[in-house]
Unconditional design. Structure first.
Length: 500
């Protein structure tokens, strides 16, 4: 086996995520609640990434199986460590360190519920800690309302003396507005030694990680305070009201960054963009739109108003109006909407059009192909420049299996057609309006299945006498008689008759 030179200094990240988060009143652990594209835990792990640690430990406890499954999905390299009973943040870190007896260097500890934390801030905290050769460094913030948080108590020289939890604090300490964000860097040897000395002599009878600071300071180990450049980053989340506040703050941060990068956002207050979305300069997002998951929008494309895109790619110059889309690829200069529903596997080539009240699923539209009105297109490939008339249904499901339909280039399908899959309409073929197509229509043929039309003369006056319809028919008959014009030719050839 090749020997590996260990990085100096070694770093370990520990994320505390064993608590339930009681005030969320949720079956889902607090740290698994979503916030613009990631869970709270996902945001914290992303921020912690800037510490470039060799190992990341996540302390799990409440509903550990759910948290572990989530870790497999988002951070498979992270190691879950079980803290079966939540005996305090100090106890949690002690459990974590027992799992890495060989670790050296710096330990970065983060509460799992501080999702607005920026990676740059974690990096700066670690830098301040390591360059100052501290035993421990806490991320602090000046806040307007410190209620419920641990307070930073400084000594006469302005150095950190200890951290005091609000419930254990005197009235005087409670007036301190500098708080502990729950994010720290430690020298691992100092931390291990202090953790072994923690007591549970406090209001909650728990081992407090925060007591490590008082212990180290009293023992003459240098401890540091790194004040967060923006207190908003340190906001925790305890209930759904706070979660909604954090969401709005993160929305504003994301929107501002995109606007500064050249994206037009017409109404930032009603535009919700997941942190996982990518946008190009000169994209425009109109009012009341949500861009979620792995969505991207190209240059000059317009999305919205009133549009939700999930895992959807919008290429440059496309227009997507009042649409709900999941798992679709919208090509360059394509147009979609209003009131369209694009489902997974929808792929629109350049300049393709999906119009009003159209639903698509696993459907490919070639360049310039059009489905302008009121249609369902499922499991289909539509060729370039084909036109699908209003109200066409691709009947893909026989009650047991799904089948595929192919429509060739520049084919023309008349309105109110049912294409009963599996079936193929060839290139340049026409389908007469109102047909139920079950057999292939070869290239250049006209497919027609409807019965010849029969008109029953005088029916309304005989069968619906006294109605407004009968009166209208009578007036028309009188007018026709006066004009001595012909009536009621029966067309032999129905013709294609599609809507455009
Ligand atoms: C903690 C700090 C407080 C700080 C605040 C910032 C302590 C004693 N206090 O208080 O000074 O101002 O965070 O938000 O640390 N957890 C475990 N196992 C446990 C207990 C907690 O994993 O046994 C996890 C929780 O899931 C949570 C984090 O640790 O992610 C913080 O725990 P919490 O109970 O919320 O601590 P606070 O009372 O908020
Ligand atoms: Ca908390």
């Amino acid at each position: 086996m090749e020997s590996r030179v260990s990085q100096t200094p070694g770093r370990t990240v520990v994320v505390l995520a064993a608590g339930e988060g009681k005030r969320m009143k949720s079956a889902t652990p607090k740290i698994l609640h979503p916030l613009l594209g990631r869970t709270l835990l996902g945001h914290v792990l992303t921020a912690a990434g800037s510490a470039r640690a060799e190992q990341t430990i996540v302390v799990v406890g409440h509903r550990a199986e759910l948290v572990e499954a989530h870790l497999v999905a988002i951070a498979p390299a992270a190691v879950p460590v079980l803290q079966a009973q939540q005996k305090g943040t100090g106890h949690a870190v002690r459990m974590a360190l027992e799992a890495v007896p060989e670790a050296t260097g710096t330990v970065v500890v983060l509460n799992g519920d501080v999702p607005l934390l920026r990676p740059e801030t974690v990096a700066s905290l670690v830098e301040a800690h390591e360059s100052g050769a501290h035993g421990a460094t806490v991320l602090a913030a000046e806040v307007d309302d410190p209620t419920g948080l641990g307070r930073i108590v400084r000594d006469a020289g302005g150095g950190l003396e200890r951290i005091v939890e609000e419930r254990d604090a005197s009235a005087e300490v409670r007036r301190i507005s500098e708080i502990n964000a729950g994010i720290y860097a430690f020298d691992i040897a100092s931390l291990r030694s202090a953790l072994s000395k923690l007591s549970t002599d406090n209001d909650q009878g728990e081992e407090y990680l925060t007591d490590v600071f008082g212990l180290l300071a009293a023992g003459g180990d240098p401890v540091g305070v790194f004040v967060a450049p923006d207190a908003v980053e340190t906001l925790g989340c305890n209930d759904r009201v706070e979660l909604a506040r954090l969401r709005a703050l993160l929305r504003d941060r994301v929107n501002e960054a995109w606007m500064r990068a050249g994206v037009s956002i017409l109404d930032p207050a009603t535009t919700w963009i997941d942190v996982t979305v990518t946008l190009s300069p000169d994209a425009q997002i109109d009012q009341n739109s949500q861009l979620l998951g792995a969505t991207s929008v190209g240059a000059g494309a317009v999305v919205g108003p009133d549009t939700t895109l999930i895992d959807t790619t919008v290429a440059e110059g496309a227009v997507v109006l009042r649409t709900h889309s999941i798992g679709a690829e919208i090509g360059p200069d394509a147009t979609v909407g209003p009131f369209s529903f694009l489902r997974p596997g929808t792929r629109l080539a350049r300049k393709a059009k999906v119009g009003g009240f159209v639903e698509t699923k696993n459907a490919e539209l070639g360049e310039g192909a059009k489905v302008p009105h009121l249609s369902y297109v499922g499991d289909a490939a539509i060729g370039a420049k084909a036109n699908i008339g209003a109200g066409t249904i691709f009947a893909n499901y026989d009650g047991v299996n799904k089948h595929f339909t192919t429509v060739g280039d520049a084919a023309f399908v008349g309105s109110d057609t049912v294409l009963i899959a599996p079936v193929e309409v060839g290139p340049g073929a026409y389908v007469a309006a109102g047909s139920a197509i079950q057999k292939d229509v070869p290239a250049g043929n006209l497919g027609v299945t409807r019965a010849a039309q029969r008109n029953v003369e005088g029916w309304t006056q005989r069968r619906r006498p006294g109605t407004v319809s009968a009166a209208a028919a009578e007036r028309a008959a009188a007018a026709a008689e006066r004009a001595a014009s012909r009536t009621g030719d029966i067309a032999a050839d129905p013709g294609p008759d599609g809507a455009s």
